[in-house]
Design a protein around this ligand. Structure first.
Ligand code: HEC
Length: 85
């Protein structure tokens, strides 16, 4: 009975805390400013305009060069770059 209580508490705790993890994760802007500046200046990223496919290809090339981006982060960065004016 006690074990059950502990497990249920842990599950509830996990659900209560998960929104905090989303809030704590980097915005696409933060990701670009942290992960796209090791090899070239930020201007290399912000000075060009591309469509969705072109950004996809460019970012895949950057990932091949060694940029650390998860699938979700890659998608978020592409959407951010497309929307920015
Ligand atoms: C591991 C090093 C490295 C990292 C990290 C990196 N790049 Fe690059 N990037 C390069 C190199 C090398 C070039 C020039 C050669 C080329 O264009 O393939 C380049 C060129 C570019 C260009 C200009 C060429 C084009 O196709 O328009 C853009 C835009 C670009 N990078 C975007 C990004 C973005 C966005 C990120 C972060 C998600 C990033 N890069 C992170 C290595 C890197």
């Amino acid at each position: 009975m006690l074990t059950c209580h502990i497990i249920i508490s842990l599950i509830i705790f996990t659900f209560l805390l998960s929104p905090l993890c989303v809030l704590a994760s980097d915005s696409p802007k933060d990701l670009i400013e942290k992960r796209c500046i090791n090899c070239h200046p930020i201007a290399t990223v912000y000075d060009v305009k591309k469509g969705q496919d072109e950004w996809g290809k460019t970012i895949d090339r950057m990932i091949a060069y060694g940029t650390n981006l998860s699938k979700e982060e890659r998608e978020a960065v592409i959407q951010y770059l497309l929307k920015r004016k």
